[in-house]
Design a protein around this ligand. Sequence first.
Ligand code: UDX
Length: 458
Amino acid sequence: MAAITLPEGAAGAHPGGDGTAPRLTVIGTGYLGATHAICMAVLGFDVLGVDVDRAKIERLGGGEVPFFEPGLPELLAKALDSGRLRFTTSFAEAGEFGDVHFICVGTPQQQGSDAADLQYVDAAVTELARHLRRRSLVVGKSTVPVGTAARLTGLVQRIAPAGDRVELAWNPEFLREGYAVDDTLRPDRLVFGTASAWAEERLRAAFGPVIARDTPVVVTDLTTAELVKVAANSFLATKISYINAMAEVCEATGGDVTGLAEALAYDDRIGGRFLRPGLGFGGGCLPKDIRAFAHRAEELGVGQAVAFLREVDGINKRRRARTVDLVRELAGGGLGGVRVTALGAAFKPDSDDIRDAPALDVANTLHRLGAHVTVVDPAATDNARRSHPELHYGTDALSAAAGADVVVLLTEWNEFRQIDPAAMGAVVTHRRIVDGRHALDPAQWRAAGWEYRVLGRR
Ligand code: UDX
């Protein structure tokens, strides 16, 4: 990861030293909220982080980041040392303290439906509103179905003692796991969905040091701001599934999706980012966001406009099934009793996040089909073990591969890319590898006597 540099002149200085800097609260200190709270404090704001999870609040207050994110622990220490960052479980304290309140709670997929589950957003906003006694701004950052902000405006103003002197705005967040600090301090753009000039002024004050770095600001209405986030994630998911659809065609025709992707990437209009073929996308955002978007569009009678997102999801899921098939083919046609070493559990490298992780999904399917699966991951093992105790877990790739009939690379961690095929070849029972992420050099593995298979090449 690139070194983290703070926006010039911002580090340590109190923005609006003349007393105009708003005091910020961040409701929900998960991945998004903790990063936002810490970064805003480092930028010089007085910040109060709020969560209903007392254990999480105690860990953060004690200087411990409860998830894996490069650079964040150092910034948490710095923010706590400055005295500008505190944590609480009290919404009353939040209402009393804050001028601008950021809502950063999760919007997971509902059980048994593609719709987003808004219970945490509704609860956070309701609890906070009860304690809003003066003019203040509530800013949604969570990814929500279009129309939520308008509904929440009514809710807040009905409940808050300050009534319609409390306004609502939407400021979608685009941070990527693994790059969360940089994405927060130096975003590509800021999007402010506002209903009044006052709300825009408050948001500009709350992001002063970031805007001072010439960060583009798109000011728009609440509806558009809600849509921007799902439109962006849908585009990214579509791009990944597009190249993976081409991989399917390559598999059937004898083409090579790697060369195809490289050739496409030279066209500036297409570009090479998010055009890496392989096992496809997962994580806490892309899969559930495209499903919730399709679901919401159907509710609104415009389902046909985004019907392609169902296909994007379908292509993505087929990559997982295809990876399982490749392992089965290499194993000789059946998986019963086959010893498989799965390299990776996290949904992507440099993360311990296993939400909708393609890697863990494949490992679990192999297990259900009778294989003896040993999973190894540099950061996500604890999370994986909690959710899939039925799988076996190794401590490092080499020892986990001892006696393996097939090795399958599922998350492209650097340490897996650097495995020496000869060293691993010496410990496995059969030299057979499926590269689910185009992360290995086929020539090198074949030269070391491995049967090498990859998605997107016959
Ligand atoms: C994503 C968006 O990028 C971010 O803007 C949004 O705020 C949250 O969702 P993140 O979930 O951290 O961020 O993951 P990202 O880096 O976008 O990767 C998503 C998935 O796509 C991963 O599983 C990754 O392995 C996969 N991927 C990515 C590919 O399969 N091919 C690619 O070319 C790129």
